[in-house]
Design a protein around this ligand. Structure first.
Ligand code: SF4
Ligand code: SF4
Length: 85
């Protein structure tokens, strides 16, 4: 699954530089995660780095982007190859 940021986000800027896939960016009101780029950190880390650093725990899994670990790994490989930009 990709993750997503809820409206509890306080725009603290901590998660954005931690994402190895550049999936996090500032949206209209708060930070957002691009589900095409979020691999739940599969391929880079054992745990989602944004979840590790978020002080208000507002980054749950995105129920609209349910993916298996294998799918996440394929997404990681596609990103490494330069896809989904
Ligand atoms: S889980 Fe990992 S890849 Fe997904 S947005 Fe968070 S830091 Fe980026
Ligand atoms: S770390 Fe959490 S509160 Fe801070 S900008 Fe990211 S999602 Fe928002």
């Amino acid at each position: 699954m990709a993750l997503w940021i809820t409206d509890e986000c306080i725009n603290c800027d901590v998660c954005e530089p931690e994402c190895p896939n550049q999936a996090i960016s500032m949206g209209d009101e708060r930070y957002e995660i691009d589900p095409r780029r979020c691999t739940e950190c599969v391929g880079h880390f054992d745990e989602p780095q944004c979840v590790q650093v978020c002080p208000v725990e507002c980054i749950p899994v995105n129920p609209e982007h349910v993916e298996t670990r294998e799918q996440l790994r394929l997404k990681f490989q596609a990103l490494q190859a330069g896809g989904a930009r």
